[in-house]
Design a protein around this ligand. Structure first.
Ligand code: DC
Length: 221
């Protein structure tokens, strides 16, 4: 069977990862969460005491970092210097470090190379900000998810609370989402943009299940 890729881009909290996981399961293809890769770089900078905006220091870090991605039972594991850090990359501190470090070309080029290598081995759905525009401009299917910042913040709070995490309230989450939107969309290097051939899905008024069906209907056509 042919190898193909599905690109799902959109801002934080638009439902990309839930959707990509659903696509992966329904179509029996692999899922690569590219945000987890930038998060792991951000975490590494924090661990090493490096400012994620300090380009020269981050370059040294990138040269020494031994980053591996392993897929076990359909779950993506991020390994740095032999340590599985998957459980450490979802904190608000790491989110901010990831957004900062992902603006640097030295980081992006390394991650994009890895993403392209991984995605050409077998069929993949990838989610991120620049998959359709930059990583895989020839992806067979491209989707761009949108939803208002308020709705995305509500969803994020609900998700955190369901996990027993009450550390951030709605206002804090909303502020964080707006800050990341601004930064991810205005950076000069591969910003978040909808490319002309991506199918836009506004997830504000439909559930994730409905979004998944809408997306799969396009793929089946
Ligand atoms: O999707 P996420 O929230 O896990 O992504 C974390 C950060 O990484 C986000 O602020 C933007 C950045 N990112 C990126 O620049 N390019 C990607 N393909 C994926 C994520």
């Amino acid at each position: 069977m042919d190898i193909y890729q599905i690109a799902i881009d959109g801002p934080s909290g638009s439902g990309k990862s839930t959707l990509a996981k659903g696509v992966s399961k329904r179509l029996g293809i692999m899922y690569l969460d590219t945000g987890a890769m930038y998060r792991t770089c951000g975490l590494y900078a924090i661990k090493k005491g490096v400012d994620p905006k300090d380009e020269a220091k981050v370059k040294e870090l990138m040269d020494q970092m031994d980053l591996k991605i392993e897929f076990k039972d359909g779950e993506q594991h991020m390994i740095i210097d032999g340590e599985d850090v998957t459980g450490q990359i979802r904190t608000p501190e790491v989110s901010r470090a990831a957004s900062n470090i992902s603006t640097l070309p030295v980081v992006r080029s390394k991650m994009v190379d890895m993403q392209r290598k991984i995605a050409k081995e077998q069929s993949f759905v990838l989610d991120g900000r620049d998959i359709g525009s930059n990583v895989l401009p020839d992806a067979k299917y491209k989707f761009f998810l949108t939803a208002s910042a308020e709705i995305r913040a509500e969803r994020r709070v609900k998700e955190l609370n369901e996990r027993g995490d009450f550390s951030q309230n709605y206002e804090e989450v909303l502020k964080d989402i707006k800050w990341r939107d601004e930064q991810d969309s205005t950076r000069s290097n591969a910003p978040l943009v909808k490319v002309a051939d991506a199918i836009e899905i506004d997830t504000s008024k439909i559930t994730i299940e409905e979004t998944l069906e809408a997306l799969l209907a396009q793929v089946k056509e």
